[in-house]
Design a protein around this ligand. Structure first.
Ligand code: GLN
Length: 483
């Protein structure tokens, strides 16, 4: 049962092959048995799951249908869930029970999903390895000595290990696509504004976007359908109609223009990954796509710009965690300043503190123009590169990551080395564009992802290209041994 995709589950439930309650019990037992190896969950919500499963079964018995009705999922632990701990992977929020559901959580619940739990993540979504969580590192089911990627590493490890078919995640600089690549999943970061951020604890508000992590493009289409849409509670949410993503999966790739940026293949890219990317290009050519070399000349400036903008916004967003309004409070404070200092010093981990310091510095009087403003100008140049490229091509294709998943601890002493791993993913966030990572092969037994980028609101195009690729390849069907 645990090998089924969302699409297969929907069919099985509709055909009364099994009930959502049976499926939910099977998966909860599997999580109890296998998750101790992975640490992919921060909280399990068995009671809620069983009551949602029974309710979904009752709705089906009453004649209702729907691709998500009775489908078990989990939420990254930065989506607020009413009455349930929402920790953001931090000691700061270890005791925080959200007073309301995030829009994404409420929409998916209304569609009939069953919440199995809240998944582990890098603290406040800062990281590319899922090692900065207060609840401990997450392990990659493909090799337990390796990281699963971050910051949505818990969602990725759980789905890859077949503990559940799909999960929500968020992507500020790659946190959906990079763990998807590291664990052989399909992950989609939608256009900025496509999915509501209301109730999604903010890291960097101009970059954060929620999206689906699943095993197939078809399942990403199903889950995104339940997440996307305008939300008056989120002022950055965009009032654009949501297309039928599953209906967009039938398009021919004949004549589709795919741009491959020459800058993507410089030093730093593992040559074995370069080869797999070229293989995926050839596969898509066989399906009718036309390949064109393009250029994204400002890509080299993206990492420094991102690592100014993201910490700057984080330093502002995280000021609310002061031990008074939100978050951990120290014992016996001597005065207000002592309370702030010790509460924040005890509540935040090392990486979060580093970013708050970098961000506050970049925003401080006298430095704002030199760092933050400059970074915003680079951001515009990065966006302009994409706009020029999309005048010539329909899709941009390249590696999702320069290297496969590294060993746990390998980059702990060198944060910059970890930042450099985000080189291919962060540009989409800077520009607000949608991006998808799909499985495209293995090196040393570790999965490799290919990234596709499209113009604003062309999620359907990304999903269709990935779906056509998956109809003709079987990388995405490979399962990690032991799971
Ligand atoms: N690795 C990037 C960072 O640490 C992106 C994380 C994310 O997308 N949440 O900022």
């Amino acid at each position: 049962m645990h090998h089924m995709t969302l699409a297969e589950i929907a069919r099985g439930l509709a055909d009364k092959k099994f009930s959502s309650e049976e499926l939910t019990k099977t998966l909860l037992a599997r999580i109890a048995q296998l998750d101790p190896q992975l640490n992919s969950f921060i909280s399990l919500t068995e009671e809620l799951a069983l009551s949602q499963a029974k309710a979904a079964d009752a709705r089906r018995a009453n004649g209702e249908s729907g691709a998500l009705l009775g489908a078990p999922i989990a939420h990254k632990d930065l989506f607020c869930t009413q009455g349930i701990r929402t920790s953001c992977g931090s000691k700061m929020l270890d005791n925080f029970k959200a007073p309301y559901d995030a829009t994404v959580v409420a929409k998916l619940a209304a569609a009939g999903t069953v919440t199995l739990g809240k998944t582990n993540m890098d603290e406040f979504a800062m990281g590319s390895a899922n090692e900065s969580s207060y609840y401990g590192a997450v392990k990659n089911p493909w090799n337990l000595e390796h990281v699963p990627g971050g910051s949505s590493g818990g969602s990725a490890a759980a789905v890859a290990a077949r503990l559940l078919p799909a999960a929500t995640a968020t992507d500020t600089g790659g946190s959906i696509r990079q763990p998807a690549a590291f664990t052989n999943l399909t992950g989609l970061k939608p256009t900025y504004g496509r999915v509501s951020r209301w109730g999604m604890i903010a890291y960097a508000s101009s970059l954060d976007q929620g999206g689906p992590l699943a095993r197939t493009a078809q399942d990403c289409a199903i889950l995104l359908q339940g997440m996307a849409g305008f939300d008056p509670n989120d002022s950055t949410s965009i009032d654009e109609p949501v297309p039928d993503y599953s209906a967009s999966l039938n398009g021919s790739l004949q004549g589709l223009r795919i741009g491959v940026p020459k800058e993507y293949f410089g030093a730093g890219l593992d040559p074995r990954i370069a080869e797999l990317v070229h293989n995926s290009v050839k596969d898509l050519e066989k399906l009718g796509a036309v390949i064109k070399e393009i250029s994204l000349p400002n890509m080299q400036h993206a990492i420094p710009a991102y690592y100014v903008i993201a910490p700057a916004e984080a330093s502002s967003n995280l000021s609310r965690f002061d031990g008074v309004r939100f978050g951990h409070r120290c014992e016996n404070p001597e005065n207000l300043i002592d309370l702030y200092k010790r509460s924040r010093g005890e509540g935040f981990g090392a990486e979060v503190q580093r970013r708050i310091m970098v961000g506050a510095y970049a925003l401080s009087a006298g430095y704002y123009d030199a760092y933050y403003l400059k970074a915003q100008k680079i951001r515009r140049l990065v966006k302009n590169d994409f706009m020029a490229a999309f005048n010539e091509v329909d899709i941009i294709l390249g590696p999702t990551t320069p290297n496969p998943a590294w060993k746990l601890g390998a980059k702990n002493s060198d944060p910059i080395a970890e930042y450099l791993e985000d080189v291919y993913t962060i540009t989409a966030n800077l520009a607000g564009l949608p991006g998808l990572s799909m499985p495209a092969g293995f090196v040393d037994g570790l999965p490799v992802g290919v990234q596709l980028l499209a113009p604003y609101f062309q999620e359907g195009r990304l999903l269709n290209v990935a779906h056509q690729y998956q109809l003709n390849t079987d990388w995405h069907t490979r399962t990690p041994t032991g799971f």
